[in-house]
Design a protein. Structure first.
Length: 429
């Protein structure tokens, strides 16, 4: 049974208001289900609090069908509707369902857009930061080593744990919404030192240097180790935010990786022994030339037609460096009449892209720079899409299956070329 401090017991008893009390009720049930004996304090929470499609609001119509009803009933699993105050923890809203300006181009209705705006007004009024991104660490929320967080979004969680050294489990909407009010999360899983040690070994035997290969390696690792913690060693070079972003997203998609160690690269893996907490244990998986080819073929298994009518870039959301690169690749060219190019990023990064002229370059070429969402989250693709090209192993894992389309995985250069020619010419390099 979880042990509460006097402050936590007071919150549970309603000393800080009904909503905080309901948040603690949910968190106590959560902790007991996990077998956690106590809570850790967090002041860094990222989720999707209170936001809801109209059908969910209709479901709670008898309770008012508004933000207050959804947050109480759905987020806090409360047996009654309570007033929701401003959040107590530093809280961020992750990705949403549509671009706030290009929603019509995404096929959204005016009614859906108005609902989106209404939810956003409520979110801001409750003191929650409107980041609207799957990459909060690029948009201003950067934890420090050892900081206890409560984050949703698998690609953000694996980045937080592995690259930054923050501490979070892959939380859900309910636990993050409750944590925003109570500033608590169960002391379990990746919050604890012993849980963060490596469990399986991955030996890389081919050079892994560019983003394309980091993504393929991530997909291999997730497929091999599933939801365990891999310790990866070998000729892996040019580590950067972008490469880790694509690696972690791929590993979290093909498996369930929430943390990885790269020997000599990530902060808790200065050596093989440090990563494992002693001698290596578990299975050893080898990534060689044959496995590289197998993963490439696996990622492109849902591609058949070379006629590409949609190219999506920005999963996870593009950094300003990636937008600059895409703008450079397409400047002076045009998106083919039979294709479309959508690039996704956060609002914060788009503001920088606007200032640098990259948004204009993309628009002049016939591409659109979008924010807040992606095609998988919003299930929005250009009308008539049958074949998509993607530079994200995560997106090619999800989007074709979700939308019933074909998909190709390749480099950013190959994807830009596909957008401009409406043809897929990618091949394993």
């Amino acid at each position: 049974m979880v042990t509460l401090t006097s402050e936590e017991q007071a919150m549970l008893d309603g000393a800080q208001g009904a909503a905080v009390g309901k948040a603690m009720e949910l968190l106590v049930r959560y902790a007991e289900a996990l077998g956690a004996e106590r809570f850790v304090e967090t002041n860094n929470v990222a989720g999707v609090p209170g936001s809801a499609h109209p059908w969910l609001k209709d479901y709670y119509r008898a309770d008012g069908g508004d933000y207050r009803a959804v947050f109480s009933r759905f987020d806090l699993d409360s047996d009654e509707v309570v007033d929701v105050p401003r959040m107590n923890a530093y809280s961020c809203h992750l990705q949403g369902g549509m671009d706030p300006e290009l929603w019509a181009e995404q096929g959204m209705t005016p009614e859906a857009h108005e609902n989106f705006l209404s939810d956003e007004r409520e979110t801001a009024a409750h003191g929650i930061q409107i980041l609207k991104t799957c990459t909060p660490y690029i948009a201003g929320n950067v934890p420090v080593m050892g900081e206890h967080c409560a984050w949703m979004e698998s690609s953000a969680v694996v980045f937080c744990n592995s690259v930054i050294g923050g501490r979070t489990n892959c939380e859900g909407r309910e636990s993050t919404s409750a944590a925003m009010l109570a500033k608590r999360i169960p002391d379990w899983g990746f919050h604890r030192d012993d849980y963060r040690l490596g469990q399986n070994r991955v030996r890389v035997e081919v050079p892994v240097e560019d983003v394309f290969d980091w993504g393929m390696l991530g997909y291999f690792v997730g497929d091999a180790v599933q939801d365990t913690i891999p310790v990866i060693e070998g000729p892996i070079s040019k580590a950067s935010l972008i490469r880790h972003k694509h690696f972690g997203a791929a590993a979290a998609s093909s498996g369930g990786v929430e943390m990885y160690h790269m020997v000599g690269i990530t902060p808790e893996a200065s050596s093989l022994e440090r990563a494992f907490g002693g001698a290596p244990r578990g299975e050893t998986f080898v990534y060689d030339a044959a496995e590289r080819r197998r993963i490439y073929e696996m990622l492109n298994a849902v591609g058949s037609s070379t006629d590409v009518d949609y190219v999506m870039l920005g999963c996870p959301h593009y950094s300003i460096e990636q937008i600059a690169h895409a703008a450079h690749l397409i400047e002076g060219r045009k998106v083919h009449a039979n294709s479309a190019l959508w690039v996704f990023t956060s609002r914060a990064v788009k503001a920088t892209a606007d200032a640098n002229g990259y948004t204009r370059i993309l628009k002049d070429a016939g591409a659109l720079l979008m924010t807040d969402t992606c095609s998988a989250i919003s299930q929005a693709v250009p009308k008539g899409t049958k074949v998509a090209a993607l530079d994200s192993a995560k997106q090619v894992h999800y989007l074709p299956a979700m939308m019933g389309i074909e998909g190709w995985y390749g480099t950013t250069e190959e994807c830009i070329d596909a957008a401009c020619t409406a043809k897929w010419k990618g091949r394993l390099q």
